[in-house]
Design a protein around this ligand. Structure first.
Ligand code: PMP
Length: 411
């Protein structure tokens, strides 16, 4: 199916707004947070207007309705990522929380001195610092897969790092800076050969690439609602049931217990064991609506549009004098995320000038300081696109870059 871009853009009201300076918005920052279709916005107001209540404890009709809608959202997420059971889907506040949950519980419980965790320098701080912290605490050792000059994980080096000491491989499905799509299925198979587990940071990959955790043999997967066209404050941790069952709880309190006595307490079954306290009720339900939107559009259409955009963006960006793109240039190995620098232009100045033309991009280290150190740069500009963007918007970006280059006396 070919994406009908006009009708897709009609679904996202914010894309048709003007900025305070009168410029039409060109939103190229979906990698930071994505915009919302009307169906998600409508769902949120429908809940608050008509049936908002607390979940699980409902002895009334409103409680029953939100509980069943939240569990239906869980089931939709289960199907979306190909998990075997709804108990394997834990609602968290986002990718960061999902990773910390496993680092702080599975990590503290199962890691011991001398165990090894395989990481790499392209990881977002969210999939880096929690492992660094728990490794220090447990006396475990971090090993880093080398990056190739074009920003991929060196698979031969990965193979060399794997050993019976390896307990976990933590890797992103798609780099939030380089756009690199990592070969997760292959990496999972190799990790399992030495008895290690694989934790996949799906923050950037799950909104853009189909995933099947069973077929790819992913042990843990994390992603955020706000990057998949849903609300912020909600996210998902997938864990294989047997692993989650062996893992102690993270937060303690209401909802996660089966019995509490003065001396001791017992934990609830999955998924409640990892969902202490009142969850982000509306957000969880609306995440289900966002997943419906993505599923109805379909990854074929999403990838087709993102492919067209990537091809055009790469071509146009490479025409700009002095512009260097980081990451692979082959379309099949990258997503529609483009980080770059322009000789002589400070990324912050460039981003400020682009903003004057209505172009929303990011600048900075994008929570990947080790990667920026590896690239020997302090910061970069990042344009991240998705299926609701157009080639006209890429032209607008290029025109704005020309405007900035003139202002900075580079042209
Ligand atoms: N991992 C990656 C690859 C990301 O891009 C992000 C968000 N920038 C995160 C993790 C963290 O996501 P969140 O802030 O939603 O927890």
């Amino acid at each position: 199916m070919t994406a009908d871009i006009a009708s897709i853009r009609h679904d996202f009201p914010i894309l048709n707004t003007k900025l305070p300076n009168g410029q039409p918005l060109v939103y190229l920052d979906s990698g930071a947070t994505a915009q919302h279709p009307k169906s998600v916005i409508n769902k949120i107001s429908e809940i608050y207007e008509h049936y908002y209540s607390n979940v699980h404890r409902g002895v009334h009709q409103l409680g029953d309705r939100v509980t069943s809608e939240m569990e239906a959202a869980r089931a939709r997420i289960q199907a979306f990522i190909g998990a075997s059971a709804t108990e394997e889907i834990i609602f968290t506040s986002g990718t960061t929380m999902s990773i910390n949950l496993i680092a702080q519980t599975w990590g503290r419980h199962f890691l011991k001195g001398g165990d090894e965790i395989i990481l790499n320098e392209m990881e977002h701080h969210a999939n880096f610092v929690p492992w660094q912290a728990i490794a220090k605490e447990r006396g475990a050792v971090l090993k880093f897969i080398q990056l190739t000059p074009d920003g991929r994980l060196d698979q031969e080096h990965y193979q060399c790092l794997l050993s019976p000491k390896t307990k976990l491989v933590a890797v992103t499905g798609m780099s939030n800076v380089l756009g690199t799509i990592n070969p997760i299925e292959e990496m999972a198979a190799r990790a399992h050969e030495v008895g290690a587990l694989i934790f996949v940071d799906g923050a950037q990959s799950v909104p853009h690439l189909p995933v099947n955790v069973v077929e790819s043999e992913i042990d843990f997967l994390a992603f955020s609602g706000h990057k998949i066209f849903g609300p912020s404050g909600i996210g998902v941790l997938y864990g294989r049931k047997s692993l989650l069952e062996q893992t102690p709880p993270f937060l303690f309190g209401g909802n996660m217990i089966s019995e509490v006595h003065c001396e001791d307490s017992h934990w609830a079954q999955l998924p409640a064991k990892f969902e202490a306290g009142t969850p982000a009720i509306t957000e969880a339900i609306a995440l289900g609506t966002a997943i419906d939107y993505v599923s109805e559009l379909g990854f074929d259409a999403i990838q087709q549009q993102e492919h067209v955009l990537s091809q055009y963006a790469l071509q146009r960006l490479q025409e700009v004098p002095g512009l260097q793109i980081y990451g692979p240039l082959e379309l099949e190995d990258r997503g529609a995320i483009f980080s770059f620098n322009i000789d002589g232009a400070h990324p912050e100045d460039l981003a400020t000038l682009l903003d004057r033309k209505g172009i929303a991009v990011r600048h900075g280290h994008h929570c990947t300081m080790p990667l920026h150190q590896h690239l020997n740069i302090a910061a970069s500009i990042r344009a991240s696109l998705t299926f609701y963007n157009t080639t006209d918007e890429i032209d607008a970006l290029i025109d704005a870059i020309e405007f900035a280059r003139k202002r900075l006396r580079l042209a």
